[in-house]
Design a binder for this molecule. Structure first.
Ligand SMILES: Cc1cc2nc3c(=O)[nH]c(=O)nc-3n(C[C@H](O)[C@H](O)[C@H](O)COP(=O)(O)OP(=O)(O)OC[C@H]3O[C@@H](n4cnc5c(N)ncnc54)[C@H](O)[C@@H]3O)c2cc1C
Length: 470
């Protein structure tokens, strides 16, 4: 067992890194010195609660899934509970969202898995499935070790319209990417499992739905009163970690007994020796940091590409909005907006007596980064114009607004990602068990998955240092 107290560095102060820090505090030996290094001036990464018109508004992630794919409480809910925030969890008051189809709004049909229907009749209002393409060919849809893109699978069974009008905008709402580029195994693991058994896509969707039945009336999403930054602040406090803001870790060198971190500006670097490292940064900085100690792992990890997005939020005085949580826009509609959320309609706790509405639009799709070169005012004006057109009514001028740019923020898990990652992790564990990877670059993009990956990384470090998880 490593000499005590252990010194563990958590590199990256996003939710994955902070979840790792909390888990280390809970399960590593008492007295373990935990330091979180965050390159920016603020913790939370993609969780950032700002303020607009005097009210907290999410400038990054907005909500989390309440359940994990098995139906159990999600890791985000469990973390909120651990941090004493369970009482703050609230759910959308309006859950119905719409799709833009031929310039107008149509309700998103229910009963799909991220847009992939288990009942073709139910999606007929927005897309015509290809006739009789989903026939039983006498073998499972996907081979035992195979990964395909979601788009390729769904196109081959249901035709283009179901992908272009339903699956693509729904996956794009999460990843800002294209269904044709995204891995089935990583972005839709439940469907990937059943597609290895079932002979039709309808059968695979139904089997996936049956494996994790939804409890009628149980909320799917939650957020926290006061904003998701309250989760970040509570995690920092509970971890008891030393927090170093504006402290980029630029190099990671194996010392034989642990790791040497090079922190801060090149002109005036600080060298810090630790016993173990949780690397909770996006894939590219992780690859740069691993390049010296584990070049093959770095190459595997660094292959992941990212999409950039911008979020345009505006406070509108008493606009006429439909009773919807928001809408998604298929790329075939030719709009800049990818998705819009009517915050003050969707979340009852955000409704205002003065009727001021907060609307947020997301712009930017993978491969269309040039659109994000426009100045803030141009993006905001285009969003305002497009929102008015989709809603069929001119919206009032905003009384407040904010443009948040998230460069290289959303991982684009290509087919084969899970295998590449498994190989990289196995190699890293074998060569350097005192470094563990965590965060959205690996197992999935959602907050619960990132929390879980941070917690798992913390437990790997505890095992590697020779402790037993308390
Ligand atoms: C616009 C947007 C909306 C989203 N909405 C939702 C949502 O509603 N629900 C949901 O579940 N998920 C959502 N997501 C996804 C989710 O928020 C993220 O996947 C998750 O927060 C990522 O957490 P993380 O800790 O892995 O990484 P990050 O949040 O990226 O944190 C990594 C941190 O590492 C720091 N860092 C990087 N390099 C270094 C270095 N060398 N040294 C020190 N620090 C470094 C970064 O500054 C950053 O703070 C959204 C994502 C985006 C971009």
């Amino acid at each position: 067992m490593t000499r005590q107290p252990w010194r563990v560095a958590v590199v990256g102060g996003g939710i994955a890194g902070l979840a790792a820090a909390v888990r280390l505090r809970d399960r590593a030996p008492a007295g373990t010195e935990i330091t979180v290094y965050e390159q920016s001036g603020a913790l939370g990464g993609k969780l950032r609660t700002g303020e607009l018109a005097g009210q907290p508004v999410e400038f990054g992630a907005e909500s989390f899934l309440m359940r994990d794919p098995t139906g159990a409480e999600s890791a985000a809910v469990a973390l909120a509970r651990r941090l004493g925030l369970a009482e703050r969890i609230v759910h959308p008051t309006v859950g119905q969202a719409a799709l833009v189809v031929d310039g107008g709004l149509r309700p998103i049909p229910g009963g799909t898995l991220v847009g992939v229907p288990g009942d073709l009749d139910r999606v007929a209002t927005v897309a015509r499935p290809a006739a009789d393409a989903d026939t039983d060919g006498g073998r499972p849809l996907v081979g035992p070790d195979e990964d395909v893109s979601v788009g390729a699978l769904v196109r081959s069974r249901f035709g283009d319209e179901v992908v272009d009008r339903l699956v693509d905008p729904m996956l794009g709402g999460v990843y800002a990417g294209r269904a044709d580029d995204l891995s089935l195994v990583t972005t839709m693991p439940a469907l990937a499992r059943t597609a290895r058994v079932e002979h039709t896509l309808v059968g695979a969707v139904r089997a996936a739905q049956a494996a994790a039945p939804r409890v009628p009336g149980a909320p799917v999403f939650g957020t926290l009163v006061g904003g998701l930054s309250t989760l970040v602040e509570a995690a920092v406090t509970a971890s008891g970690a030393t927090v170093r803001r504006d402290a980029a870790v630029r190099e990671l060198t194996a010392t034989g007994t642990g790791w040497r971190l090079t922190v801060g500006p090149t002109r005036d670097p600080e060298l810090v020796d630790v016993d173990a490292v949780v690397l909770a940064v996006p894939a590219r900085p992780a690859a740069r940091l691993l390049a010296g100690a584990a070049p093959a792992v770095a190459a595997g990890v660094g292959a992941l590409d990212y999409a950039s997005v911008a979020l345009v939020t505006m406070a509108l005085p008493q606009p006429r909005l439909p009773e919807l949580s928001g809408f998604l826009v298929p790329s075939t509609e030719g709009l800049l907006i990818k998705a819009a959320t009517f915050f003050t309609t969707k979340w009852g706790h955000l409704r205002r007596p003065d009727g001021l509405a907060v609307v947020r639009a997301s712009v930017g799709r993978y491969g269309e980064e040039s659109q994000l070169q426009r100045p803030d005012a141009d993006l905001a004006a285009t969003v305002h114009r497009e929102l008015s057109a989709v809603l069929g009514t001119p919206l009032p001028a905003p009384v407040d607004g904010h443009v948040q740019r998230w460069g290289g923020a959303l991982p684009q898990y290509a087919p084969g990602h899970a295998d590449r990652l498994a190989a990289a992790r196995t190699a890293l564990r074998a060569a350097h068990p005192t470094v563990a990877l965590a965060g959205a670059g690996y197992d999935g993009v959602g907050i619960p998955v990132c929390v879980r990956s941070g917690e798992t990384a913390a437990e790997e470090i505890i095992t590697a240092l020779g402790g037993s998880a308390r």
